[in-house]
Design a protein around this ligand. Structure first.
Ligand code: HEM
Length: 341
């Protein structure tokens, strides 16, 4: 049984869901300034995307002034710093109330509470500063929001483009949780096929396609090219994931290719590195995967999905947008129909 619905913009809903998830994990709750904070992150990411004149002449102060780049970054930094000061101050006040006898205030610690506790305990070899804590919060938002939301957008897009895969994933879910109204995160363990779908999506659409830039620490020769010491190296995980030398039918979306295959996200298989590899690989991998798997499982379990305007699956536009994270160029609009479990 199902109840018909109308068209929704899934892209914007996914971003606001992921913002709330990350916000709750980092701040313990939605921050009063969450909307502004996320918009500032977007602006900062947009400014750090691509090569501009400042990158070509980094030591030219005049150029920095002319492009206004530095001014824009400083303006964002000032505002972000104020918001983060507020977050830290509120947590400090809450901790003080907790130590003054109101124990419920410190029962459920969020990330900021943990960092403040570690800072006050002095248990680390290095002294954690308030600026360090603010940087961690910033990192989690900047690195965790767009990557997870973009991946969910691609998982849903690939499943709309490939109805066979969507139906198989939905059948697995509805069979595993028949009649169950509320799913929990631990239920995800049973979803073998959905895991393959997410894996295949990350092969074709790694949200950070060029990883974090590296600097060459010693002169090296690769394929006859001499790479001098200190050269900035960009690794194209997107191209590696589509390289026909490593992948059969590389451009096609076939989750089954990972079935029984030992290739994993963990950075040991260099033909598949959506989370990077080595010392700078993504520290939020487990959190990121859970933040993708769980919402996708809920979307597929509780709803059936159709493309609007009688569009055929093969006509869905999969053009990518260029940026630090590479998402869909056009927002994904779909018609959900509630599925009675
Ligand atoms: C599907 C979700 C995600 C994907 C695909 C992803 C992917 C990546 C990639 C490719 C890198 C660069 C790794 C390298 O250059 O070797 C990275 C770095 C990073 N990620 Fe993620 N990420 C995701 C989610 C998250 C989440 C949820 C968090 C935090 C809660 C996070 C935190 C970070 C941080 C802090 C870095 C920088 C690490 C460093 O520079 O040392 N990521 N991520």
């Amino acid at each position: 049984m199902s109840t018909a619905g109308s068209k929704i913009n899934l892209t914007t809903r996914i971003f606001s869901l992921i913002n709330s998830i990350i916000s709750r994990s980092a701040f313990g709750d939605k921050s009063d300034d969450q909307v502004e904070f996320v918009s500032l992150i977007r602006q900062a990411i947009a400014l750090s995307t691509g090569l501009d004149l400042d990158d070509l002449f980094p030591s030219s102060k005049v150029l920095h002034m002319l492009t206004g780049y530095k001014g824009k970054i400083e303006k964002i930094h000032k505002r972000v710093d104020k918001i983060l000061d507020n977050v830290v101050r509120k947590h400090q006040e809450k901790r003080t109330r907790g130590h003054d006898g109101n124990k419920s205030e410190i029962e459920n610690e969020d990330l900021v509470d943990v960092l403040l506790r570690v800072q006050q305990s002095g248990s680390l070899d290095i002294q954690l500063t308030i600026n360090n804590i603010k940087s961690v919060i910033w990192d989690i938002f900047a690195a965790g929001t767009d990557t997870s939301a973009t991946t969910i957008g691609w998982v849903m897009s690939e499943m709309m483009k490939n109805p066979r895969v969507r139906e198989k994933a939905q059948a697995e879910l509805r069979q595993a949780f028949k009649g169950k109204e509320l799913l929990s995160e631990t239920d995800l363990e049973e979803l073998t096929y959905l895991k393959l779908v997410v894996k295949e999506t990350l092969r074709l659409h790694p949200p950070s396609p060029l990883l974090v830039p590296r600097e060459c620490t010693e002169q090296t020769i690769i394929d006859g090219y001499e790479i001098p010491k200190k050269t900035m190296i960009l690794i194209n995980a997107w191209a590696i994931g589509r390289d026909p030398q490593y992948w059969d039918d590389a451009e096609s979306f076939i989750p089954e290719r990972f079935d029984g295959n030992l290739i994993d996200f963990k950075g040991n298989n260099f033909e598949y590195i959506p989370f990077g590899a080595g010392r700078r690989m993504c520290p939020g991998m487990a959190f990121g995967l859970a933040s993708v798997m769980f919402p996708v499982a809920l979307l597929l379990y509780h709803f059936n999905w159709k493309l609007p305007n009688k569009m055929k699956s093969e006509d869905l536009d999969m053009t990518e947008d260029f940026g630090l994270t590479v998402g869909r160029k056009y927002e994904l609009c779909l018609i959900p129909t509630v599925y009675d479990v």
